[in-house]
Design a protein around this ligand. Structure first.
Ligand code: DGT
Ligand code: MG
Ligand code: MG
Length: 263
């Protein structure tokens, strides 16, 4: 408004006012900057330790309810599994340093190569990029997998970062997630067979499984390998596998995933 007034008075006056204002603005803004800048020091350093594999694990928020409201089939919904895998592919497409991703149920683990310098190894950057890319992809590709079944509300995923310093530790981590998948899958398959085919109520099936725990522990599912997905990258191509990653065979067939322990 002041500048407009000065304009009418004449060119010289206008240029003086503009200069004075510019001086005032720059000096006060730089004062303000220096006055407030100290808040940066409240940011904490979250650089991940060198030489460690960085694992980001995501897990769906309240998927018990999400699965029910979106009519996921029990115990396993192939559409949901496919959508999770597609979302993980999208994450791997964006973040090149991920060497393997393993998923089951509503979770996915992403392993960054141990020598990665992506985002200066900052945990929060890595985790939030993985979580946001995964979540937006889950929504973006929903229709491809669920067709006419509408997405009723936006799903969310939590994330955590864990560091593993050796190949053994990393393999044990992935084995732990796969063993967890098999145990849950076995229990859920027997549970829902008792309900859907055996005519038991859910309470009766739960009670029955409590008593027969040793039987279910000894059973093996015929197609259990299809309920989880390690997604790996070989020379930039992302491939999905449904296979055992606890034994040695997978690792012998993919020697490029793990890096030397003596790096
Ligand atoms: P959270 O993670 O603490 O926010 O809570 P939830 O409810 O996500 O619990 P979580 O992650 O321990 O368990 C995953 C839930 O997702 C579990 O209740 C079963 C459901 N879910 C995942 N995949 C399937 C599926 O293929 N079919 C069905 N029916 N449910 C599934
Ligand atoms: Mg969950
Ligand atoms: Mg879960």
């Amino acid at each position: 408004m002041l500048i407009g007034k000065a304009c009418r008075v004449g060119g010289r006056v206008r240029s003086c006012v503009v200069k004075a204002l510019a001086r005032l603005f720059t000096s006060s803004s730089s004062m303000a900057k220096s006055k407030f800048e100290y808040v940066r020091n409240f940011e904490t350093d979250d650089t991940c330790l060198r030489n460690c594999y960085i694992v980001v694990r995501l897990d769906g928020r309240n998927f018990h309810k999400f699965a029910e409201q979106h009519k996921f089939t029990k115990p396993n919904d192939n559409r949901a599994l496919g959508l999770m895998t597609q979302s993980a592919r999208s994450v791997m497409g964006e973040l090149e340093d991920i060497v393997i991703a393993y998923g089951q149920s509503d979770e996915f683990s992403f392993v960054f190569k141990r020598t990665s310098t992506l985002f200066k190894r900052r945990a929060s950057k890595l985790m939030t990029h993985v979580a946001s890319q995964f979540s937006s992809s889950y929504v973006f590709y929903w229709k491809e997998f669920f067709g006419e079944q509408p997405l009723l509300y936006p799903p969310g995923f939590d994330g955590r970062v864990v560091l593993y310093p050796s190949n053994r530790n990393l393999r044990d981590y992935l084995s732990w997630r796969q063993a967890d998948c098999h145990i849950n899958n076995l229990y859920n398959t027997v549970f829902w067979t008792l309900v859907q085919k055996g005519g038991l109520t859910t309470a009766q099936a739960e009670d029955r499984l409590k008593r027969d725990e040793t039987v279910t522990k000894r059973m093996k599912l015929p197609n259990e390998e299809e309920k989880d997905v390690p997604v790996t990258r070989s020379r930039r191509r992302v491939q999905a596998y449904h296979c055992d990653i606890i034994g040695d065979q997978f690792w012998e067939e993919h020697p490029d995933i793990l890096e030397d322990d003596n790096c």
